[in-house]
Design a protein around this ligand. Structure first.
Ligand code: 6R9
Length: 659
C-alpha cells in the first residue's frame, strides 16, 4: 500500500472513460447522458412511460404513468398488467436467447451446472405448477430460505409467475429472524433446502425452518417445500413437508404466467432500520422490473456477449435486482456461486473469473478489502496470477469504497482497463441510483459520481433546502421513480415517518449523509447517524476510516462517535492491523503513530481519541460493519442488543478491552 494521502476530501485523481467503452455504449458520452437527463427533467411522466413501453412486455398497456393521489404512496403504471417472470423468461423464447446459457452455477466444491433460458423457463413452469397443485394462489406470501442455487432463482421466478409475493430470508439468518419474518408477512408457504454448503461446511436450513415454525404464530404455513441439496438428515412433517423434486415431478413444462397489475407486490425484503425491528420493504412488479432492467443496461452497459457475475446472495436486494431479475430480463449469461471467496483458496473469485471468462464483475468493498489483505499474505493467489483479461467492467456496492480499496481493485483486478463503478443505492430504491456509467463518467476514487437519468438526487439541510457544494447534508431524492419502495409491509405509518419526513418537502430521505464537490459529484459520507460532529465540525466516519486504511499497517478500520463533554463527539477507531494483535507498549506506539497519521491526513480535529485493536470487526453476515454495536463498545457500555445476526459475536469482547 502506498503512503499517499488518500483521504476522501483530498482525493483529486480523475480517470476519464475508456474509448473502447464509449464506442457503442447504451448511453454514450456525457452528451448522451445529459440528453437523457434533460428528457427526464423536462417531462418525467413521458420519459418513464416511453421506457416502460419500450422495455417491458405488457399484457394490458397502462394509461396512467404516475399516480400521486395518495403520496407518498406512489403508484406507477397502475392500470397496466404484466408478469415479471414472463418478462424474464417467456420473452426470450422464440429468439436466439432461448438457447443461450442463462445460468452458470458453480457449487462450493467447484461443480459447474449450466441451464439455458429455455431450460430455466421449463423448470420455473414445472415448479410453479407444483406450487399451484398444492393449492397456493396469487397474493399469498412465500418465505424463501435457500442457499445460492439454480433452485433459489427458480423458486423466486415461480412465485413471480403466480403472483405469490416472496420474501427471501438470507440463509445465514437464525431461526429467530426467520420466525419473525414468517409471522410478519403471514406466509402460507416456505421454500427451503435440507442444508447449505459454504466453505466446505454444511449448515442445516430445514432444521431452522422447523424450529422457526415451532415458535408459534406461523399456523398459516401449510407447506414447506424442500430442495434436496446434500441429502443430510432432516425431520419430516407428513402432509406439510414436500420435496421440491416431488412437487415438480410429472408437472407440465408450460405454466401460464398470471397477468398482474403493475402495482401487485413482487416481493417483501427485510432490512435493518435505525431501530430494533427490521422493515419489510415492499416492491411493486412493474416499476421494480423496469428499474432493474434499465440499470443492468445502463450501468453495466449489458451486451449479448457478456458473462455477468454479481457475487451477492439472493438473500439481499443486490441478489434480487442483479441476479434473479435484472440480468434475466436483459437476456444475459450469468454466474451464480454457492460458496465463499476464500475457499478452497483466497484466489477463488479470480479463478472463477478466469475459468468462466467473466466480463462484468460486481462485488462489495468488504470483499475487496479482505481479499487485498489475503492476496498480500498469499502471493500465489494474488489476482495478478490469474488471467482476468475477459473483464471489461468491475463494480462495487454496499458501502462506501475507500480510495485505497478502489485503487487496488482498479489496478489488480481491473488491470487499469476497467472502470470501477461505485454504485450507490439501497434496498428501498430497488436498483442503482447514483453511479458512474462506463462510457460516460470520469471516475474519482471514492465517489459514486452522478445520478442516473430520471433520478433527482440532491443534498439538503434540515429544512429541505439544497446546501452548497462542499457542504454536507442529507441525501434525498426529490421526485418519485418507478423502482422505489411502495410501503413497509404492514406499517404504512413507519414508511411515511422513515422516508418522507414532513420538513423535507416530500422528498425521499435516504438516511445517508452526502456532499457534492465542485463538479457536482456525490460523495457518500455514511449513514446520517455515522456523521460525527466534533467541535462543530462535520466529519464523516468514512473519511477517518479511509485515512486509517491508507496507512501501511492497517487492513481495516471502523470509526464511530462517542459523546464527549468537551468536543461534542469524540472519534473512536476500531482497527485491524496487517500484523498480529499488538500488546502493551507496542500497541501504544502504533496507536500514537496512527493518531499522528490521521492528524496529518485530515487535520488534528479528526485524530481518534481512542484506538482499539482487534483481529477483525463485528460484521453482519452480509459484510456490513455493525457500527451500532461499536458505538456501545466505544462508550464502554455492555452490549445488550441482539447480536444473533453477527458473523463473529466473540469479537465484541476483544474490542471492549481498551488498551
Ligand atoms: C444495495 C445495498 C444501503 C446502504 C446505503 C448506504 C450503503 C450502499 C453504497 C453505500 C456508499 C455506495 N451503501 N452502496 N454507501 N457508497 N456505493 O447495499 O442496499 O443493504 O439496503 O444498504 O448501504 O449507507 O444507505 P442496503
Amino acid at each position: 500500500m502506498s503512503n499517499e494521502i488518500e483521504s476522501i476530501l483530498t482525493e483529486n485523481r480523475v480517470f476519464p472513460p475508456f474509448d473502447n467503452l464509449v464506442q457503442g455504449a447504451a448511453i454514450s458520452g456525457m452528451d448522451g447522458y445529459r440528453a437523457m437527463c434533460n428528457e427526464a427533467d423536462a417531462n418525467p411522466d413521458e420519459f418513464w412511460a416511453r421506457l416502460a413501453r419500450e422495455n417491458l412486455v405488457w399484457n394490458k398497456p397502462f394509461t396512467q404513468v404516475l399516480d400521486e393521489s395518495e403520496a407518498p404512496f406512489y403508484r406507477w403504471f397502475g392500470d397496466g398488467e404484466l408478469n415479471v417472470s414472463a418478462n424474464c423468461l417467456d420473452k426470450h423464447l422464440g429468439t436466439p436467447t432461448a438457447n443461450k446459457t442463462a445460468l452458470i452455477f458453480e457449487s462450493d466444491d467447484g461443480k459447474v451446472t449450466k441451464v439455458t433460458y429455455k431450460e430455466l423457463h421449463a423448470r420455473v413452469c414445472e415448479f410453479a405448477n407444483g406450487i399451484k397443485a398444492l393449492g397456493h394462489k396469487t397474493g399469498e406470501r412465500a418465505i424463501i430460505y435457500m442457499p445460492m442455487s439454480i433452485e433459489a432463482v427458480v423458486a423466486m421466478q415461480a412465485c413471480a409467475r403466480l403472483g405469490i409475493i416472496h420474501s427471501v430470508v438470507f440463509g445465514g439468518f437464525s431461526s429467530k429472524s426467520l420466525h419473525e419474518r414468517t409471522v410478519d408477512v403471514g406466509a402460507s408457504l416456505v421454500i427451503t433446502a435440507d442444508e447449505q454448503v459454504r466453505g466446505g461446511k454444511t449448515i442445516p436450513l430445514k432444521n431452522a425452518v422447523d424450529e422457526a415454525l415451532g415458535m408459534g404464530g406461523c399456523e398459516a404455513v401449510s407447506h414447506v417445500i424442500v430442495y434436496k441439496r446434500t441429502g443430510g438428515q432432516v425431520a419430516w412433517s407428513e402432509g406439510r413437508d414436500v420435496w421440491m423434486h416431488d412437487a415438480t415431478a410429472n408437472q407440465a413444462s408450460q405454466c401460464e404466467p398470471v397477468a398482474l397489475s403493475a402495482e401487485h407486490p413482487l416481493f417483501i425484503l427485510y432490512t435493518s432500520g435505525s431501530t430494533g425491528k427490521p422493515k419489510g420493504v415492499q416492491h411493486a412488479s412493474g416499476g421494480f422490473l423496469l428499474w432493474s432492467l434499465l440499470t443492468v443496461n445502463w450501468t453495466f452497459d449489458a451486451k449479448d456477449s457478456d458473462v455477468f457475475w454479481c457475487t451477492a446472495d439472493v438473500g439481499w436486494v443486490t441478489g434480487h435486482t442483479y441476479i434473479t431479475y435484472g440480468p434475466l430480463a436483459a437476456g444475459l449469461t450469468q454466474v451464480v456461486f454457492e460458496g465463499v471467496p476464500t475457499y478452497p483458496t483466497v484466489g477463488r473469485f479470480w479463478d472463477m473469473i478466469q475459468r468462466h471468462k467473466v466480463t462484468v464483475f460486481y462485488t462489495a468493498p468488504t470483499a475487496i478489502r479482505s481479499l487485498t489483505k489475503a492476496a498480500e499474505a498469499s502471493p500465489s493467489h494474488h489476482p495478478r496470477e490469474y488471467d482476468l483479461s475477459s473483464l471489461r467492467i468491475i463494480g462495487s456496492v454496499g458501502e462506501p469504497i475507500n480510495p485505497e480499496a478502489w485503487m487496488w481493485y482498479y489496478k489488480n483486478v481491473g488491470g487499469e482497463r476497467c472502470p470501477v463503478l461505485d454504485t450507490w443505492w439501497q434496498t428501498e430504491t430497488g436498483a442503482h441510483m447514483i453511479t458512474p456509467l462506463p462510457g460516460v463518467t470520469p471516475l474519482k476514487p471514492g465517489s459514486c459520481t452522478l445520478p442516473l437519468p430520471g433520478i433527482a438526487a440532491a443534498v439538503v439541510d434540515e429544512a429541505g433546502e439544497e446546501v452548497e457544494q462542499g457542504k454536507g447534508g442529507f441525501l434525498v431524492i426529490k421526485r418519485p421513480w418507478p423502482g422505489m419502495i411502495r410501503t413497509i409491509w404492514g406499517d404504512p405509518e413507519r414508511f411515511k415517518k422513515s422516508y418522507f419526513p414532513p420538513e423535507l418537502k416530500g422528498y425521499y430521505l435516504a438516511g445517508d449523509g452526502a456532499q457534492r464537490d465542485k463538479d457536482n459529484y456525490f460523495w457518500i459520507m455514511g449513514r446520517i447517524d455515522d456523521v460525527l460532529n466534533v467541535s462543530g465540525h462535520r466529519l464523516g466516519t468514512m473519511e477517518v476510516e479511509s485515512a486509517l486504511v491508507a496507512h501501511d499497517l492497517v487492513a481495516e478500520a471502523a470509526v464511530v462517535g462517542r459523546p464527549d463533554a468537551t468536543t461534542g463527539e469524540a472519534v473512536v477507531a476500531f482497527v485491524v492491523l496487517n500484523q498480529s494483535l499488538p500488546e502493551g507498549e507496542e500497541a501504544d506506539h502504533i496507536a500514537k503513530q496512527l493518531r499522528d497519521w490521521v492528524a496529518r491526513e485530515i487535520g488534528p480535529i479528526a485524530k481518534p481519541k481512542d484506538i482499539r485493536f482487534g483481529e477483525n470487526l463485528p460484521k453482519t453476515r452480509s459484510g456490513k460493519i455493525m457500527r451500532r454495536l461499536l458505538r456501545v463498545v466505544a462508550k464502554g457500555e455492555q452490549v445488550t442488543q441482539d447480536v444473533s445476526t453477527l458473523e463473529n459475536p466473540a469479537i465484541l469482547d476483544q474490542l471492549s478491552q481498551a488498551h
